[in-house]
Design a protein around this ligand. Structure first.
Ligand SMILES: [Zn+2]
Length: 81
């Protein structure tokens, strides 16, 4: 279903307790793609939602920083006419 690719995706997180009401298996992970890609968790029981630290996002940021640094130095070296 192509037309659904940008709609929020919800996935139940088995074995995860809601930090607010302590309900087990009521927490869904919600992924949204618009306006920009984001991710948070939401409790279907009490409606509590919160951002959670995403280790993958941090890894991505680090990779980008490394990339920018290496291309940056290469760029200055190659700019000789
Ligand atoms: Zn809850």
């Amino acid at each position: 279903m192509r037309y659904e690719s940008k709609r929020p995706r919800r996935q139940f997180l088995a074995g995860v307790k809601c930090p607010k009401c302590d309900e087990m298996d009521a927490v869904v992970q919600v992924r949204i793609f618009e306006p920009e890609e984001d991710e948070y968790i939401e409790c279907t029981k009490c409606g509590h939602s919160e951002r959670r630290p995403d280790p993958e996002a941090i890894r991505e940021k680090n990779a980008l920083a490394n990339d920018a640094m290496s291309t940056g130095t290469q760029g200055t070296v190659r700019f000789i006419k």
